[in-house]
Design a protein around this ligand. Structure first.
Ligand code: FES
Length: 352
């Protein structure tokens, strides 16, 4: 039998054998550490090591994935308080194309479950395998706040995404389980938020941006959104909402050259990151290679970075969308408005 170690998790003392997985030790002793994948991928079981050492599962300098960390000494662990994971039934209420490759799926649930912006759910359409999606805020007004909204990228051979609008239509039954994940909004009062999204990774980023600006309408936010083509930047209405705030910088980026609008820059999201400092809080969601690149730059700068990698379109053309949005995002009509009006607009928005 291995050496017995003393663990203190959120002030609760338990014993565990050296070599045991931290997650198992906690669960066996009746201490809830949220988890999902048990393979170090989803980040749900991320905990902070206040004192002591573990082997493996390192997430960053202070946190580890409990499902991958083996106990090697006495430990003091802090587990953040997150909403309890629940399973609930839902029904597809609406499917809205956002761009050629992205669809908004609205699901009616008996009651909105408790969740923190940035977290995600397992969504299983009846007869299909479960997939992970983040609930997000509506892109535009007017909207129905009672529905859970998800952005889904249509993959040509996707078992689930290619069935949307065909075998999966309004009325289709859904099972939701969650929330999961560790890349959620915490009360980082006053710190600059740098939010980076590619593709439908915009869903968690938009829910974080929307909640953050409601909490602190004057906080500084830099939002970088990217896609391959300008036609896939489906989030234009949301960018217009954020453009009301003088303290928000919006940087749309496409990897392919385009001549639709000068408001969209070329290159990769990382080409347009502002100089980061240890005081910044970074969130990245979307293509795993982009997320890793952002996380590395944040780590080099000593900034906290949160990410849950995602694998990730409309009847309106890109030119239609950008003819209205370019001025907003470039702040042309807004800078000519007095600052007091912009603040007023921001305050109105924050109250919605
Ligand atoms: S449960 Fe540990 S990372 Fe997913």
């Amino acid at each position: 039998m291995g050496k017995v170690c003393r663990l203190e998790i959120n002030g609760n003392a338990i014993s565990a054998r050296r070599g045991d997985l931290l997650l198992d030790a906690a669960l066996l002793n009746g201490i809830e550490i949220p988890y999902d994948c048990r393979s170090g991928l989803c980040g749900t079981c991320r905990v902070r090591v206040l004192d002591g050492r573990v082997f493996g599962g390192k997430a960053d300098a202070e946190t580890v994935y409990a499902c991958q960390s083996r106990i090697v000494s006495d430990l003091r662990i802090d587990v953040e308080d997150v909403p309890e994971t629940v399973t609930l039934p839902g029904v597809v209420a609406d499917l809205t194309p956002l761009a050629a490759d992205t669809c908004e799926v609205c699901i009616e649930v008996p009651e909105w479950p408790e969740y923190i912006p940035g977290q995600y759910y397992s969504v299983q359409f009846r007869g299909f395998p479960a997939r992970y999606f983040s609930p997000t805020a509506p892109l535009d007004w007017p909207y129905d706040e009672t529905l859970m909204r998800f952005h889904v990228t249509r993959l040509p051979n996707g078992r689930v995404s290619s069935a949307l609008g065909k075998r999966i239509r309004a009325g289709h039954r859904v099972k939701l389980e969650g929330p999961f994940g560790s890349a959620y909004l915490r009360p980082f009062h006053g710190q600059r938020l740098v939010l980076v999204a590619s593709g439908s990774g915009f869903a968690p980023i938009w829910s974080i941006a929307e909640a953050a600006i409601k909490m602190e309408p004057r906080r500084e936010i830099v939002l970088i959104v990217s896609s391959r083509r300008v036609a896939s930047l489906y989030m234009v209405p949301a960018l217009c909402r954020l453009a009301l705030f003088p303290n928000v910088t919006i940087i749309p980026v496409t990897s392919e050259a385009q001549d639709v609008t000068a408001a969209v820059r070329g290159g990769k999201p990382t080409d347009h990151l502002p100089a980061l400092t240890p005081h910044d809080i970074i969130f990245a969601a979307g293509a795993p290679e982009m997320v890793r690149a952002v996380a590395q730059i944040a780590a080099d700068a000593g900034a906290e970075c949160y990410s849950d990698p995602f694998e990730v379109a409309s009847h309106r053309t890109a030119a239609d969308l950008w003819s209205r949005a370019a001025d907003w995002i470039a702040n042309k009509p807004l800078v000519s408005r007095p600052m007091s009006q912009r603040r007023q607009a921001a305050a109105q928005y924050a109250g919605t």
